[in-house]
Write a protein of this length. Structure first.
Length: 255
């Protein structure tokens, strides 16, 4: 999988990674605007003093992609439920999570309703149909590398409305309710939402986030869906406070 990691990292133009005196990356990077960005877990230690004991908290990863944050949540001791609708990204995510009982992966989208929906592909994939890694590695890698731009919204600027995958979508509220009703499961400590324009819909069930302490969410600076005001309003109505941007378009909120 190193080939994929290299491709993804090299694609981040203008991003510089901080290294220590021994040449090892610290996890801190400088974005395209020169901002020094700390890892999200460092901010959690600064804000809340750390995480609950291992195995005593849940992270829900909506839009897990290839599982970078899924792996990070796992390392911090969380039980992780990871949702990723894109076939290529999910194939990669699932392979990384195989044999890890603390992680449950779902090849599904999340929103405010259940059913079959269209997941629109990035314009860069026009005419390139998905193939499993074993069938065509380069096509697979192309789909993974442009998977973060896919969206349930056909009018997202970088997607092709004529090129899509039909995916299963679940109502996140119903899923969370099942977790809350299970006495054997701990509280949902952290919710991560990166769903390419559907963030407001995911937050529609605000009554189910009563025990959630942290929300890591994508709030895109270039807001072509006019979602930001609604997303921020919902977060504030639940008592969350903006702590800091963890990158250009991602914010950490806490209460």
């Amino acid at each position: 999988m190193d080939k994929l990691a290299t491709i993804r990292k090299d694609a981040l133009e203008g991003v510089e990674y901080e290294v220590d005196e021994y040449g090892n990356e610290t996890g801190i990077f400088y974005d395209q605007n020169g901002n020094r960005i700390k890892p999200w877990h460092s901010l959690i230690y600064e804000t809340l003093g750390g995480f609950p004991p291992p195995g005593e908290w849940i992270a829900i990863d909506c839009g897990a992609n290839i599982g970078e944050l899924t792996q990070s949540f796992l390392k911090q001791g969380g039980l992780v439920y990871a949702f990723e609708p894109n076939k290529a990204a999910y194939e990669y995510l699932h392979k990384r999570a195989v044999n890890l009982p603390q992680v449950k992966c779902y090849n599904k989208a999340v929103s405010d309703k259940s059913g079959t929906m269209k997941l629109y592909m990035h314009k860069k994939l026009k005419g390139v149909e998905y193939r499993h890694r074993k069938e065509d590695e380069q096509t697979f890698l192309d789909h993974v590398n442009f998977s973060q731009g896919c969206s349930l919204k056909f009018d997202k600027r970088n997607v092709d409305e004529d090129h899509y995958q039909e995916v299963e979508c679940i109502r996140l509220c119903s899923f969370i309710q099942k977790i809350m009703n299970d006495p054997t499961l701990p509280d949902i400590f952290l919710l991560k939402i990166d769903v390419e324009g559907a963030e407001s819909q995911v937050l529609s069930c605000i009554e189910f986030f009563e025990n959630t302490k942290l929300i890591l969410i994508e709030i895109v600076v270039d807001d072509n869906f006019n979602n930001n005001d609604d997303v921020v309003s919902k977060l504030k109505s639940m008592g969350f406070t903006h702590i800091k941007n963890t990158s250009k378009n991602n914010q950490l909120w806490s209460r």
